[in-house]
Design a protein around this ligand. Structure first.
Ligand SMILES: C[S@@+](CC[C@H](N)C(=O)[O-])C[C@H]1O[C@@H](n2cnc3c(N)ncnc32)[C@H](O)[C@@H]1O
Length: 324
C-alpha cells in the first residue's frame, strides 16, 4: 500500500497557527532565544522599568500593580525587571505575570506567575498596571490575499509544503481592511491582512482598566507596505513554509493596530531608536571608575547602540496605549 504525504490546503492564517501552535508545533518545542535576536537585555529592562515607574505615578501608586508580559518566551524580561527592583518599595506591590503557550520556565523565580495559554484567545482582564507584548504581535498569523486576473481579491491557500493556490474571494471584513490599510492595485499583487493583530491588540487594551499597554515589533505603516511573510530557524532566514519546523513571522501593520485601540486610550507610535534615546548615556571618565565598572558601562553603551541601530532593531515600532 502506498502512503502519500499529508498535503492540506488551507488559509495562511490557519496553516500558520497549526504550524506554530498545533500538535508538535514550533513554539511547543523550540526555545525562542535560539531562533532570533531580541532586544531583551539590560537596555530594554531599564526602559520598561522607567515606563513602570511612570505608570505607577500616574495611577497614584496602587497597592497592587500588574506587570504582564505577553509572549514572554523564557521569561527573561520579567526576570530581569523583578531582579532589578528587589529591595525597592515598588517591588513589594508588583504582581508579575508571564503569558505564553510554552510551559513555565524551570528556574523562573516564584514571585513571577506564569499562565500557559493562547493569548489571542484568553487574555488577562481587569488589569491595573503595565502590559508588555515584545515581539508577540508579529507571531499572530496573517492571511495572504492576492488580486486575480479578473481583478478580484482572493484568499491565498497554502499546503504543508508551501504550495499555494488562490481560494475564495475575500470576506467583507478583509475587504474593508484592505481598502483602509493595504489597497491592491494590480493583478497578482498581494497583501498580508493585519486584522487578527488589530483584534489581538484591541483585546489587550480592553483588558486593562488603568495603565499602559506597549507592543514592540517590527512593522510598517501604509506608506512603507511590503510583503514580509518569512521564516527563521536558528537565526537563518528561510522560505515561509507552514511545516512546524520554522518560526513564521510577518511585519505588523502598526498603523492599523494603533487605529484599533479603544477610544478611551491615548495612543503613541515611536521608533525604538527614539524610544530608547534617553538611555544612550555617555561613558564615564576611565580615571574615575574601576576597570570592571568601565567595562560594564562600555557594554551597556554598546548594547544601546545595537538596539537603536536605524537599520536593525532601532527600526522596531513601539505602539503604546495609556488608559485610565
Ligand atoms: C518571538 S518570541 C518572543 C519572546 C520574548 N517576548 C522576546 O522578545 O524575547 C514569541 C513568543 O510568543 C509566544 N507565542 C506565540 N504565539 C502565542 C500565542 N498565541 N499566545 C501566547 N504566546 C504566544 C511564543 O511561544 C514565543 O515564546
Amino acid at each position: 500500500m502506498c502512503h502519500s504525504a499529508r498535503v492540506t490546503s488551507t488559509t495562511w492564517a490557519r496553516a500558520w497557527e497549526r504550524s506554530a501552535l498545533g500538535p508538535g508545533g514550533f513554539w511547543l518545542r523550540e526555545e525562542p532565544a535560539r531562533h532570533f535576536r531580541t532586544t531583551v537585555g539590560p537596555v530594554l529592562r531599564d526602559a520598561m522599568l522607567a515606563l513602570l515607574a511612570d505608570v505607577d505615578l500616574r495611577l497614584g501608586s496602587p497597592s497592587i500593580i500588574d506587570v504582564i508580559d505577553i509572549g514572554a518566551g523564557d521569561g527573561a524580561l520579567l526576570r530581569s525587571m523583578e531582579s532589578a527592583l528587589q529591595g525597592t518599595r515598588l517591588c513589594g506591590r508588583v504582581r508579575w505575570t508571564g503569558v505564553d503557550v510554552r510551559p513555565r520556565p524551570q528556574d523562573l523565580p516564584a514571585a513571577i506567575d506564569w499562565h500557559v495559554r493562547d493569548a489571542t484567545a484568553h487574555l488577562p482582564d481587569t488589569v491595573t498596571g503595565l502590559v508588555m507584548a515584545h515581539e508577540w504581535l508579529d507571531e499572530v498569523p496573517v492571511d495572504v490575499i492576492e488580486r486575480d486576473a479578473r481583478g478580484v481579491d482572493r484568499v491565498v491557500l497554502v499546503d504543508d509544503f508551501g504550495g499555494q493556490a488562490l481560494g475564495p474571494e475575500v470576506a467583507d471584513d478583509q475587504r474593508a481592511w484592505l481598502a483602509a490599510w493595504w489597497p491592491l492595485a494590480d493583478v497578482g499583487e498581494r497583501a498580508e491582512i493585519g486584522l487578527a493583530r488589530d483584534r489581538a491588540w484591541s483585546r489587550l487594551c480592553a483588558g486593562v482598566a488603568a495603565g499602559t499597554i506597549i507592543a514592540v515589533d517590527y512593522g510598517h505603516v501604509r506608506s512603507e507596505r511590503r510583503l514580509t511573510l518569512r521564516a527563521y530557524r536558528d537565526g537563518e532566514l528561510l522560505d515561509a513554509i507552514p511545516d512546524g519546523l520554522r518560526n513564521l513571522t510577518a511585519h505588523v501593520a502598526i498603523d492599523s493596530c494603533a487605529a484599533a485601540s479603544p477610544p478611551r486610550a491615548t495612543v503613541t507610535v515611536t521608533r525604538q531608536a527614539d524610544a530608547l534615546a534617553p538611555l544612550a548615556g555617555a561613558l564615564p571618565d576611565p580615571a574615575a571608575v574601576s576597570a570592571g565598572d568601565y567595562a560594564a558601562a562600555l557594554s551597556y553603551v554598546m548594547e544601546c547602540r545595537y538596539v537603536r541601530a536605524a537599520k536593525g532593531l532601532g527600526g522596531h515600532y513601539w505602539l503604546r496605549a495609556d488608559v485610565g
